[in-house]
Ligand binder design. Structure first.
Ligand code: DON
Length: 590
């Protein structure tokens, strides 16, 4: 009897492992939910989304509520004053890419961040700091568009915005991580009196557990709640924002705000080992680079190379190097420059980059000519802190959303009386030809600044489908590393069959063509693996970045298409990240 019980138990355990619910070694478990899942970088943001799911909203309603809430509870990247990309998957199989990226104001020029002697301006007035660094924010318009077109129709606009308004008015307790983040940004935030007052407590700093209240932001959210998203672009909020800009030499005007438009784009689709990859088109560079890398990797038996092996890291770094080389050369805002998307994703073309791949030797980035030769113009830029959230519901709808202020806390400017932190997304343009941007990216003329143009991005919200059914929702912050983080998470699931949590926790590497360096996360690679990569000729360095030794934060959901079970994997690289599942009794009507 006892041996029968043991046998049954072993069988169950085996079944669970096969089903992918258990980690394959000691490691955290994903959060499970049958009716829905929200994974974001901050607890109250995730909870705001689940609150909406529980009231009968769909994944899109929940994502919009999370987007607003993170603007309050995760000011380092959550925003109303920035922009981003939302990928929507509907239960009926349709996918949409909502581009609510910032655009350059009418007064923008290609040389606006250069001094008269042609040198990049440093400090306030530059593309990264202060009033001149912002593009026209798209977040409020993007979230509203999503709710209006893809929401369930069961949750009012006022109810969607309410969790955020409440969090701003009543406040929320700051975590240790949030306090450390604010302190870490003190040098930026203290340069602006509103930012200093609101986020640094006038220089006295918040302690963990203290309540952060943002009454001006609450009032702004209340106006948006009552008057709709256009209030932000044409109402009192717009007027205050434009007046403050004018008073401080910022370029954004009322006309810029009134003219802002969301773009809905066809997502890019590609395949990888029998899976369909749905991802972000330009003005993100992410989708193209991701699909290029998958096409380059597909001929190799990656499962046989094994995880954390020098052979796999070498192969990946060589694919990354080649995709980033094309990125630098050919990508920009597709509404302004001709981006050769079809040619860059052509399967025949993509057999070429790896013809000189040598399993034993690194290729020199400087010797890699852009794959298509000269096309029209040049490349792209990047930024610092961003955030990704993923949402699913019981009906099969999903959202993969990455949005940003670019740098941590954006330009550092908070609009007086409005409580909104502004982006410094203008640094994602090519601000000075041939010079690396804040992310070390060299960019080209395709990404030059022009009025109304959107800066090139690396944000890569992504879905993976199998047999037409959604199995993975993922994305990440991290500037150019985003693309490689998404690549590795998806490869971990598809090639190595890792459960979602393990796929997210797995150490990551990054290569972006130039600088010609392969970086890895601290403790992520063993010393002998590093040595094996160096023997192949790679310059290998431990990551040292504003975000510490980590690469990205891939808020991920895996969906079991057979049972509908959703597994949320919050990335441990963000201390406050949380997956919140909606389990228990089924929601009444959907
Ligand atoms: O759009 C981009 O690619 C950048 N502005 C993203 C910046 C970013 O991911 C910073 N994150 N840690």
């Amino acid at each position: 009897m006892k041996s029968l019980r043991i046998a049954v138990r072993s069988l169950c355990l085996l079944a669970l492992i096969v089903a992918g619910s258990l980690p394959l070694c000691a490691q955290r478990l994903a959060v499970e939910g049958m009716h829905g899942m929200v994974v974001s970088a901050q607890q109250f943001g995730s909870e705001a989304g689940v609150e909406i799911l529980k009231r009968g909203g769909n994944a899109i309603d929940a994502a919009v509520a999370t987007g607003f809430a993170l603007a309050v509870t995760y000011p380092v990247a959550g925003n109303l004053g920035g922009g981003g990309f939302m990928l929507v998957h509907l239960a009926d199989g349709r996918d949409f890419a909502i581009d609510y990226r910032e655009t350059a104001p009418a007064a923008a020029t290609a040389t606006m961040y250069l001094s008269p002697n042609g040198q990049p301006i440093a400090g306030p007035g530059s593309s990264t700091l202060g009033w001149r660094a912002s593009g026209i924010p798209g977040t409020v318009a993007g979230l509203a568009y999503a709710w209006e077109h893809y929401g369930s129709g069961k949750i009012s606009w006022a109810d969607i915005v309410e969790p955020a308004r409440r969090l701003a008015e009543e406040g929320f307790p700051l975590s240790q991580g949030a306090v450390a983040s604010l302190r870490g940004a003190a040098r930026l935030l203290e340069q602006d009196s509103e930012s200093r007052r609101i986020f640094l407590k006038d220089g006295r700093f918040y302690a963990a557990g203290e309540i952060l209240r943002q009454p001006e932001l609450a009032a702004t959210l209340a106006r948006i709640q009552q008057l709709g998203a256009r209030e932000f672009y044409e109402g009192e909020t717009a007027a205050r924002l434009a007046d403050a800009m004018a008073a401080h030499g910022g370029p954004l005007t009322r006309a810029d705000l009134a003219g802002y438009r969301v773009m809905v784009r066809e997502p890019l689709r590609g395949s990888y080992r029998g899976h369909e990859i749905v991802t972000m088109p330009p003005p993100s560079s992410g989708g193209i680079a991701l699909l290029q890398m998958f096409a380059m990797l597909e001929p190799y038996d990656i499962a046989a190379l094994g995880h954390r092996s020098a052979a796999r890291y070498h192969l990946f770094a060589e694919a990354m190097r080649r995709a980033f080389r094309d990125r630098a050369e050919y990508l920009g805002d597709p509404d302004v420059v001709a981006v050769p998307v079809a040619r860059l994703l052509d399967r025949d073309y993509l057999t070429r980059p790896m013809t000189d791949f040598d399993p034993q030797h690194a290729t020199s980035s400087r010797n890699l000519a852009p794959g298509l030769g000269p096309v029209a113009s040049l490349p792209l830029p990047e930024s610092k802190e961003t955030t990704h959230f993923s949402v699913t519901d019981a009906a099969g709808n999903a959202v993969s959303n990455t949005y940003t202020l670019n740098g941590s806390y954006g330009s550092g400017v908070t609009i007086p009386g409005v409580g909104i932190l502004m982006n410094n997304e203008m640094d994602d343009f090519t601000t000075a030809a041939g010079r690396p941007n804040a992310y070390g990216l060299i960019q080209g003329s395709a990404n030059a600044i022009a009025p109304g143009k959107r800066p090139l991005s690396s944000m890569t919200p992504t879905f993976v489908l199998k047999n037409g059914r959604l199995i993975l929702v993922t994305g990440s912050p991290g500037g150019p590393t985003i693309i490689n983080t998404v690549l590795q998470v998806v490869s971990n699931v598809v090639d190595l069959r890792m459960p979602a949590m393990q796929a997210v926790e797995e150490p990551r590497i990054h290569h972006q063509w130039l600088p010609d360096v392969l970086t890895y996360e601290r403790y992520g690679i063993s010393a002998d693996t590093v040595a094996a990569l160096r023997t192949r000729g790679h310059r290998v360095e431990e990551r040292a970045s504003y975000e510490g030794a980590y690469q990205g934060a891939a808020s991920t959901i895996a969906v079991d298409p057979e049972t509908g079970l959703q597994r949320g994997a919050a990335d441990p690289r963000r201390p406050d990240a949380l997956a919140v599942g909606f389990d228990g009794p089924a929601p009444s009507a959907r």
